[in-house]
Design a binder for this molecule. Sequence first.
Ligand code: ADP
Length: 322
Amino acid sequence: MGPSCRANLTPVSEVVCIGSLNVDLVVRVSRMPDTGETVTGTALERHLGGKGLNQAIAAARAGASVALVGAAGTDEGGGWMRDQLAAEGIDTSAVAEVDGASGTALIEVDAAGANRIVVIPGANGWLTPDFTAAQVDRFSGASIALAPLEVPPDAVVGALRSARAAGMRTIVNTAPVPPDGLPEGLLDLTDIVIANEHEAGLLTGGAVTDRASALTAAHALRGRGATSAIVTLGADGAIWSTPDGDGHTAAYPVTPIDTVAAGDAFCGVLAAGLASGIGWELAVRRANAAGALATTIAGASPSLPSTSAIDQLLLAHPVEDS
Ligand code: ADP
């Protein structure tokens, strides 16, 4: 069976997310095996993963109607991911079904919490610019296109071209930075680029360690073509630069237990906020709240917050921008 998409003639979505879907297989071991050695694991868990999938769920839980453009395999994990996405209310009609394995991450975690991860792109590696462009076209009524970079970078460029042509606002999350850097022309097609400190440093060639260096990096990313840039700073919130000015949005005070998916929560909730028409500063604040909440629960998709959890955190901790 070749790639196929389920027909859906009148899709209506506010946010179109283009990106990876992964099955995360987590095995817990008392200690990591040496080469050639076998150790007995204590537990095997399966979780939803992939930055495209996570960001789509984050946007949906924040109240947006969301479609995901991506690819899953014909294995059992592919069907499982579709079912889980559908249960979140996400339109999966643009998730191609590709012969073979779904994207899969094999994650070993030892007793001290250290991990070793092997990621197999599987079906994610099949994505092409023609496919993503045609699928984004199907959702031309959407207001936001959101794309992390865990799929072939030219497939993201194809999607952004279609999104721009349809008048959508485009958001690119630079996670992970491709080995060859950003593809030519990507930032020219980007309205808002979101990078964490590490990615901002890699992309701009200078260490990003504080607000000042983050703002320098944000300016550099805008200089390379992005209309606006956000650099997320973990427990120090986010620095941003737009044509209307620069600013910093403070983090929400939380006790983090696992920072996995904080960036995904930030990106999905920013997209949902902007799609709903709230202003820039409130959208960034809500994204910060979502990132903070994501650090308080273990895992990726279980930690992506609901609208009401975000509302509660905002009410409990009114913060000043600076
Ligand atoms: P990534 O997960 O991509 O490395 P960050 O660590 O910068 O990205 O986190 C993304 C956002 O999540 C931050 O901008 C911030 O709003 C929130 N966040 C992350 N870590 C914390 C933390 N320890 N306390 C409060 N908010 C946090």
